[in-house]
Write a protein that binds this ligand. Sequence first.
Ligand SMILES: Nc1ncnc2c1ncn2[C@@H]1O[C@H](COP(=O)(O)OP(=O)(O)OP(=O)(O)O)[C@@H](O)[C@H]1O
Length: 299
Amino acid sequence: MPIEFCDYTMRYREDLEPALNGINLTIQPGEKIGIVGRTGAGKSTLVRSLFRLVHGTTTGQILVDGQDIAEMGIGDLRPRLGIIPQESTMVSGSFKRNLDPLQEYTIEDMWAALVTSGIAPKVAPPRARTDRVPDGDRYDEMYEETMVEWNRQWATSGRAMRLLILGLYEKPKKYINTRLEPRHGLDRTARSSSQGFSAGEQQLFGLCRVLMRMRRIIVLDEATADVDLETDRHMQQVFRDAFASCTVLTIAHRLETIMASDRIVVMDKGRIAEIGTPQELIDAGGLFAELVKANDFGS
Ligand SMILES: Nc1ncnc2c1ncn2[C@@H]1O[C@H](COP(=O)(O)OP(=O)(O)OP(=O)(O)O)[C@@H](O)[C@H]1O
């Protein structure tokens, strides 16, 4: 079933201009939509409205699976949607607690999601590979084999990703409950930090959380704005593979991310200014073409 915005208008406060104004938009299942526009155009408000994460006065409707989300319980709505926000909330506590705050998953579930996603090396640690954890020497042997394989695979993967996974995998019992500390060597070019973590690291956590849950509708809110280029490329590949059958709405900040979309929605002052395939919009020579030319994606 599609996602439908039907003449949807949203004001944060009665005395403010609408942040979204008369939005009509139908998104087909499995469609990959890029959302662009200058700062303040309404991109975040558009995707956050889907989750009922914005509070204010609204008119019109948003339908998900044919149902008005205003009439759905949050418990009914949220399981259909996954979001990788600009800054994932980080709580103080263990890595596991951050990855799985509601304690819904086993350590093995987390490993499986990371391995399947292609973020983690393909060879899972012994504890995740066997039903029964082998004892003593055999465990050590398997552990060593795993490390050799990881080092080989990691030769080509991102630095930030590598350290993130290490925190989850290495010496599972010990590390899984380790309290989170800023990790040396991760991308430090990022903006502000929460609990001592860079925005890039928070986004990696956001990605991991969504991958574990695998919703049918995924929102990426400038999800890779703050990771290094190598990690960004890797994450883009993960998005393509893991979310291939999902509906994906991406608030895009880099040209190459948007050009792979089925359609682009260009927001301007709370309205949809343009909509079409990237090529159509470039050929039309309007706002999108201008943004591309100036490489200005509002971030
Ligand atoms: N919590 C809020 N209260 C009042 N006004 C808000 C709030 N959040 C956003 N706005 C306003 O709503 C409009 C749309 O903002 P929104 O954050 O959706 O834009 P955006 O395109 O995502 O911008 P950016 O690229 O800077 O993230 C802007 O005028 C903004 O100032």
